[in-house]
Design a binder for this molecule. Sequence first.
Ligand SMILES: Cc1ncc(COP(=O)(O)O)c(C=O)c1O
Length: 435
Amino acid sequence: MSCTAPGHPRLPGRPRNQRPDEPEDPRHFWLRQVKPLLRKHVTPFFLFSLRPLQWRLARADRALQGIPVKHWWSAKTLTLPPLWQWWRKEGRGIEVVSEFELRAALAEGFTPEAILVNGPAKQDWLPGFERCGLRVNLDSPAEAAVLLPLAAKYKWQLGLRLAPGVCRSADSRARPGQFGMSLPELREVLRRARRIGIEPEVLHFHLGTQIPSADWYAAALEEAATLCHQLHWHPQVVDCGGGWPLDGALDPTNRPLARGFSIPAFAQALQRARKSFAHLKEFWLENGRWLAAPAGVLVVRVRDLKTRGTVRYAICDGGRTLHGMVSTWERHDLVVLPERAGRRVPTIVTGPTCMTFDVLAEAGLPRGLRAGDHLIWMHAGAYNLSWETRFSHGLAPVLWHDGRVVQQVRPRESFDQWYGRWMPAPADPPKPRSG
Ligand SMILES: Cc1ncc(COP(=O)(O)O)c(C=O)c1O
């Protein structure tokens, strides 16, 4: 039984979130994976699988055929060591934005050349990494002042991050983000780099997340080409960042998040842009959400049911506050296990924390839903592990399906781990003697 928000029309034929190139309906795929686990594993737990990620990559490769494109794994989107291992063995690189992510990438065996360092304010922590061959995208003149001498010393491959105007002019995103550089800033950094004999090879931009249309990328590429012309700069790589929107999920008004986005249109934008960058060798992409979200689910169990007027609450052992922060702005499919009969009843699925905010989903669920039933929250693979909390509870276990078998790769957090992180309380000062 798969349920969507009340009132959302179900498309006839192929299920709404199944792509023509997915070999199996994702809901059936996840049901097959989850069912046997319920005998052995107690909820809540996350389950990740390599299969949906492979389907995604195959789909991207088909759409971008004939265009030189390299995908970087966005470490912040999903930090999952066995997945990173697989990705590394495929000969792919990882994009990191913090000291911990860089250390984790090195610990998992990525070579410096396979690590792309992005993000703002890197001058605070990157100088500690005296590694040759890193790839580093500079985000500001202040960063450049500290990092350029190191880039020369350690032969880092440098990129410059542009703040594209499209982020400012389109729809509600009226504020420019804090990332990247304006034209005068780029000019200054380029001048400083050239003065010490470095020619940056990568032009980078990241438009944000859930980008509504491929036109945004086309506009950013056009702007980037104009700017490169003005700066007499010929990058070999154009890094378009991440941002492909998640198909298979809805926005808070129940409209598909990816309704205006087309990967073939994105491919056309890249094809057109190839002509504008004379020295271009390849494009880089850093899509996080689009690749990772379908690769994971959250499995929770209904612990209590309450009816309040026309609404039913299903209080579960996992939810938004602890495990599903993205449910704040995304609506994901829920699968009920076992399948239950009865007409759909508007149901608010909550987690166990003492916050009315803790709403994982609002969905039409079957009247026959019982306490003890399981719910599979789909598309949980992106950003939820990164944003999980310890709000009154410990962290949930994480299971990994490598395409053949499932194994637990992170245990449930124990009380000692949850509470034992604190330093022992300072000893009381000796009491003054009386008398
Ligand atoms: C520089 C950069 N690249 C890639 C990503 C991944 O974005 P998304 O998950 O929307 O694809 C982000 C997300 O914040 C980012 O900041």
